[in-house]
Design a protein around this ligand. Structure first.
Ligand code: NAG
Ligand code: NAG
Ligand code: NAG
Ligand code: NAG
Ligand code: NAG
Ligand code: NAG
Length: 246
């Protein structure tokens, strides 16, 4: 009970001091997760990540990330490609990967430290991901910023960080508009074994083609770090005091 209170206080302080999503939706009550942080739950709530969720499950990285979140004090940053990002891959791209490569692909989207948006300005390239080998040309992931815009290049694709899906000072989830394809798997030198254009579309992919308009609204919130945003501060303060008196 005491721990829960501390956690609530911590959450409230975060809301108070840190910039959070200040879209219309964010005036909703502060998240009160029941139990430990759950990456799948966060992505499910955000919508438009069905393919990523499926891959997190099939590679069992879901459990690994959740365990890491529970045990690490470094935190974790996840780059989350949308369903649209996955469906704009060349047909058969995922099917052509071995299980091991699928694991590496998803690990490449996970940085084993918490990175706030402002920290992107100062990270040194290449960023080390869970896929490892950032220096030998296999899994380099470089960040470039200009103002608030954050771009990522892998040597194969250039992606843009479109949105903050979730942040709590321990876990940050950022929406990216492309699947981050690592050189180690997709380097052009390897004569790609031309994959059969898969006609069968999984249920998840089919659902991905029909993002509901509700989802779109849900993710349109932009990060706003203005401390002059009194509304956010006020909500944080209310929660903080509510925590102390309950
Ligand atoms: C995380 O959430 C998902 C979906 O809500 C659920 O299936 C899974 O069991 C949860 N994992 C943990 C460790 O609570
Ligand atoms: C989280 O860590 C605590 C203490 O280290 C442990 O008791 C608990 O079982 C862990 N929970 C999960 C879901 O791993
Ligand atoms: C990021 O990418 C966009 C789109 O490709 C481009 O217009 C912009 O100049 C890039 N910004 C940086 C900082 O690289
Ligand atoms: C990433 O940045 C490092 C250091 O600046 C550079 O040596 C490397 O070529 C870059 N790689 C890519 C894929 O942009
Ligand atoms: C990514 O951006 C770099 C530098 O802006 C450019 O040289 C390269 O062609 C781009 N790659 C792709 C795949 O768009
Ligand atoms: C952030 O919020 C401030 C005050 O509410 C507003 O003036 C500003 O335009 C917002 N900036 C963005 C990028 O939404």
């Amino acid at each position: 009970m005491r721990q829960l209170n501390i956690f609530h206080t911590y959450l409230a302080l975060l809301i108070l001091l840190q910039c959070t999503l200040t879209s219309a939706q964010s005036s909703a009550p502060a998240p009160t997760p029941s139990g430990p942080t759950n990456i799948t739950k966060i992505l499910e709530k955000a919508g438009q990540y069905t393919v990523l969720i499926r891959l997190l499950k099939s590679t069992q990285l879901e459990d690994q990330i959740n365990t890491q979140l529970n045990n690490s004090n470094q935190g974790i940053t996840v780059f989350a490609p949308t369903d649209n990002a996955f469906s704009s891959l060349k047909p058969g791209t995922l099917n052509s990967l071995s299980d091991q490569q699928k694991v590496q692909l998803i690990q490449f989207h996970v940085v084993p430290t918490f990175l706030s948006t402002s920290q992107f300005q100062t990270v040194s390239n290449p960023l080390r991901t869970q896929a490892g080998n950032s220096n030998d040309g296999e899994f380099p992931l470089n960040v470039t910023t200009s103002g608030n815009q954050v771009n990522i290049t892998t040597g194969i694709v250039n992606a843009t960080v479109a949105n903050t899906v979730y942040t709590d000072n321990q876990l940050a989830v950022y929406q990216v508009d492309k699947v981050l394809l690592p050189l180690g798997i997709f380097a052009p030198k390897a004569p790609a074994p031309a994959p059969e254009p898969a006609k069968t579309k999984g249920k998840g992919a089919a659902a991905a083609d029909n993002p509901s308009s509700g989802d779109t609204a849900d993710t349109s919130g932009t990060q706003n770090c203005s401390l002059s945003n009194f509304k956010t501060a006020l909500i944080g303060a209310v929660i903080l005091f509510a925590t102390f008196f309950t």
